[in-house]
Design a protein around this ligand. Structure first.
Ligand SMILES: Cc1ncc(COP(=O)(O)O)c(C=O)c1O
Length: 396
């Protein structure tokens, strides 16, 4: 079959026909347990009836008006996120990369408006991933994503993950505008930043007048058992936050959260988007938040996350020849493997379990947040069977 899609992906040959809850079904009717959720996106499962209703009701009413006009759903969702977080303002985008771009612009504009236009520096950490736009690949610390796309743009720089001395030096740079960090690094290997380091980073940024930007595109949206991961750490609130993925439950939407101070350089005409904050996305975004703020939602996420962690730890204990570590937080977890996990991902898919991979030889698990403890046990069982057969093959 000819394929006219630009060949930048290498998709698996399985073709999915439909999804329901935590399961997807291929075009031959085979069921799969979905423990990757479109890479931490379908946070409330496939075709969640609450979201389907919100979307179809809105689709039958009004699709798009642009930001030339007020969008009531946008104003409501902005206020709700402001009420639930550190932020004074929300700005809606269409993707994670667009949220990152906006955060970088707001940070630079902040310093410009304070009479320090030379402060354009954006500091990130080794292994970080901030999207595929030019701003995103320049902000991100992975050289492979910049290859062939010109020299690194002025101001962008990175230091090793967890190197406190390098951070203390880099934060002093007089041109530094902001530090950009994923509180739980996703693509780089599902690595959680220790709580005390997030707090320390917050204090350092405050001390040096540098803005702190959290990329919670993957670890936010309820994934670690709070609306945003940094909310686990008292006193570690950022100045700006980029979100996307899970906050739309599968409908493309992103969001920037900002304090009034960080956003003080922004004014009419300074930034914009045609589609961001449109009625369809806002209807779904409000419905996602309705579900997540419902009674007991996060308690259940934390409970299931505990079961998943235990299951993964027990796999590590039983297969030390294969598994090096269990990483991540909440329902964003990694099994750091001795060997490249990509072939393993294929084998698990053959067994009916969909997982992802990440850097540092990591098998990535990010199921929908509505996953049950039985689903988790089933998934761990499938991995167990696969590991057992790998051990048998290795011994024979
Ligand atoms: C932490 C992080 N930042 C940014 C992005 C980019 O988001 P998008 O693909 O929606 O542009 C991703 C996507 O994987 C991500 O995980």
């Amino acid at each position: 079959m000819s394929n006219a899609v630009l060949p930048v992906y290498g998709p698996s040959p399985v073709v999915f026909a439909r999804g329901e809850g935590v399961r997807m079904y291929d075009d031959k009717g085979k069921a799969y347990l979905d423990f990757i959720a479109g890479i931490a996106v379908t946070s409330l499962g496939h075709c969640n009836p609450v979201l389907v209703k919100a979307l179809t009701d809105q689709a039958n009413t009004l699709w798009h008006t642009s930001n030339m006009f007020r969008v009531p759903g946008q104003e409501r969702l902005a206020q709700r996120y402001v009420d639930l977080t550190f932020a004074d303002y929300a700005f809606f985008t269409n993707s994670g990369a667009e949220s990152i771009e906006g955060c970088i612009k707001i940070a630079r504009r902040y310093h410009w408006s304070k009479g320090a236009p030379e402060r354009i520096g954006i500091l990130s950490f080794e292994g970080s991933f901030h999207g595929r736009t030019l701003g995103g690949i320049n902000a991100g610390a992975q050289e492979k994503y910049r290859e062939g796309f010109g020299p690194r743009l002025p101001g962008f720089r990175s230091i090793p993950f967890g190197d406190h001395e390098a951070l203390k030096e880099a934060i002093k740079a007089p041109d530094l505008a902001a530090v950009l960090i994923e509180p739980v690094q996703g693509e780089g290997g599902v690595r959680a930043v220790p709580d005390q380091c997030l707090k320390g980073l917050r204090d350092l940024c405050t001390e040096h007048g540098v803005l702190l930007i959290y990329d919670e595109i993957q670890c936010g949206g309820g994934r670690t058992g709070k609306l945003f991961h940094h909310q686990w750490v008292a006193g570690a609130e950022p100045d700006l936050l980029a979100a996307a993925k899970g906050i739309g439950g599968g409908f493309p939407m992103g969001m920037i959260l900002a304090t009034a101070e960080a956003a003080s350089g922004m004014a009419k005409g300074v930034h914009g988007t045609t589609f961001g904050g449109g009625p369809l996305a806002m209807a779904v975004g409000n419905a996602v938040l309705d579900v997540m703020t419902g009674e007991g939602f996060f308690e259940q996420v934390r409970r299931v996350a505990g079961t998943m962690q235990q299951g993964m730890e027990s796999l590590k204990g039983r297969y030390p020849e294969l598994v090096l570590d269990v990483t991540g937080a909440g329902l964003l977890r990694g099994l750091r493997m001795k060997d490249d996990p990509i072939p393993l991902r294929g084998k698990l898919s053959d067994r009916g379990l969909l997982v992802g991979t990440a850097g540092n030889n990591t098998l990535r698990l990010a199921p929908p947040l509505v996953v049950t403890e039985d689903d988790v046990r089933e998934a761990i069982d499938i991995i167990d069977q696969q590991f057992a057969s790998m051990m048998t093959a290795a011994g024979s």
